[in-house]
Design a protein around this ligand. Structure first.
Ligand code: UGA
Length: 462
């Protein structure tokens, strides 16, 4: 089949390359000419394992090409909408401008095509009601129909999640009547469906809510364990023991129970805010707990600042090395990254901060400045009075406490992701703090003056 993918950011680029891998002829469109030039040259514009290989194969075989010109989409039978729906600049809701602008441009192409049967497939994360609105606009053109097909890919595992998803969801205008649309989209995904991946058909609104609910649930699960981490800190319990034990109950499950500096990235934070805004617009008050999910998440960042003050006192002029800038490992994405936010707060508190990361330093430097970043881990650690591990890259999980101690000025570390074994590090002479497994505040020997100073640490600077 001939397919177009409109919007080749994170979601769209992976989707386009994956659809070419399934054997389709794919044309990806974006308004950003630089992005298009990079993709057309077979280069991924961001770090995503497996994507460069798919891009190169797709481009080399001629199955995959990219354009900035909507007129080039005329030959496609299926058009995927992969536009970003970021947080609005003026509030918590989703900004649908890019999506609506793409639909405007697509409508012109489809109208010129004159009645040939065409399927438009929405993949963006949108508030419930958006698909029905877009469907109404598209229905003005003969033969054009919409399916809403939310995407569940995770950065770092995006190719695998696209080609081998847990499930595929189709939202249609009328589940009783829209059989032919289901079959058409089944053709696109045939190799995936033949491997037994479940496909669920439901209303537009249900499909939209599947995506919002999934991300809200994941964020809530993380904030739940981080709230328990707060309890662990005041009682002297260890959140990793608690999480491991409750996760063994199959009804709870062990995934997304890793306590630490919490969730970031281009999806969970803005999606829970947009979901809450949409609920409140509809007069539903019961999703108000998502506000607290967001607040718990942000408090974990403040907690790292408190620990830094507890360990160092006044941070002015102190040398602090931050391990990690990306919002999670295997990604160069620093959008709403807890690591970058904390690094920025440390800089704002007057510390001499060095940030290192295997993939995200370009993006980190754009936010914090070139003088703060250092690509070489050993050089970054050299002379540190405090090390703060904030993104759990493999490289940092496996740091040797003895050799690392020889690099730093004073062996002090905060494990913001709970990936180190504190006893091993303490045995090598390190003072160790970790989120949710710290010694209770009362029993710690803290200078009361520094407690007062640390209480003034507020706000995010990234
Ligand atoms: C998330 C969802 O997991 C995907 O299913 C969804 O498709 C995607 O958003 C989206 O809406 O596009 P992603 O943002 O790539 O995917 O990242 P996650 O793997 O969900 O991690 C999000 C954040 O939570 C990261 O900062 C990670 O470090 C943090 N996290 C994750 C924890 O703090 N603890 C955990 O136990 C798990």
């Amino acid at each position: 089949m001939t397919i177009s993918v409109i919007g080749v950011g994170y979601l769209g680029a992976v989707h386009a390359a994956s659809m070419a891998e399934l054997g389709h002829r794919v044309i990806g469109l974006d308004v950003d000419p630089q992005r298009i030039a990079s993709l057309q040259a077979g280069r991924a514009p961001f770090h995503e394992p497996g994507l460069p290989e798919l891009l190169r194969t797709g481009v080399d075989t001629g199955r995959l090409r990219f354009t900035t010109d909507y007129a080039d989409l005329a030959e496609a039978d299926v058009h995927f909408l992969g536009l970003g729906t970021p947080q609005r600049p003026d509030g918590p809701g989703a900004d649908l401008r890019f999506l609506h602008a793409a639909v405007d441009s697509l409508v012109d192409v489809l109208a010129a095509r004159g009645g040939a049967p065409t399927l438009v497939v929405g993949k963006s994360t949108v508030p419930a009601g958006t698909a029905r609105e877009i469907a109404a606009r598209l229905s003005a053109i003969n033969g054009v129909r919409l399916v809403w097909n939310p995407e569940f890919l995770r950065e770092g595992l995006a190719v695998q999640d696209t080609l081998a998803p847990d499930r595929i969801v189709y939202g249609v205008q009328d589940p009783e009547l829209d059989d032919h649309l289901v079959h058409l989209l089944d053709e696109v995904y045939r190799p995936i469906l033949e491997r037994g991946v479940p496909r669920l058909v439901m209303s537009f609104e249900s499909a939209e809510l599947v995506k919002s609910s999934a991300n809200a649930f994941l964020a809530t699960k993380i904030s739940f364990i981080n709230a328990i981490a707060e309890m662990c800190e005041v009682t002297g319990a260890d959140v990793t023991d608690v999480a491991r034990s409750i996760g063994m109950d199959e009804r709870i499950g062990s995934k997304f129970l890793r306590a630490g500096v919490g969730f970031g990235g281009g999806c969970l934070p803005k999606d829970i805010r947009a979901f809450l805004a949409s609920a409140e617009e509809h007069g539903v008050r019961s999703l108000a707990f998502l506000r607290e999910v967001d607040a718990i998440n942000t408090r974990r960042r403040t907690r790292v600042m408190e620990l830094a003050w507890d360990m160092l006192g006044d941070l002015t002029g102190r040398r602090i090395t931050v391990l990690g800038a990306a919002f999670k490992p295997d990604s160069d994405d620093v959008r709403d990254s807890p690591a970058l936010d904390i690094a920025g707060r440390l800089v704002a508190a007057g510390a001499r901060v060095t940030v290192t990361d295997p993939a995200a330093l370009g993006n980190a430097a754009a936010k914090l400045g070139e003088d703060v970043v250092e690509p070489d881990t050993a050089r970054a650690l050299h002379g540190a009075e405090l090390v703060v591990l904030l993104t759990e890259w493999e490289e940092y999980r496996h740091l040797d406490p003895w050799t690392t101690a020889a690099l730093v000025a004073v062996p002090r570390i905060i494990d913001g992701r709970n990936v180190l074994t504190p006893s091993d590090w303490r045995a090598a002479g390190w003072e160790v703090e970790a989120l949710g497994r710290s010694t209770p505040a009362d029993s710690r020997d803290v200078d009361p003056a520094s407690r007062g100073q640390r209480a003034t640490l507020v706000g995010s600077v990234t």
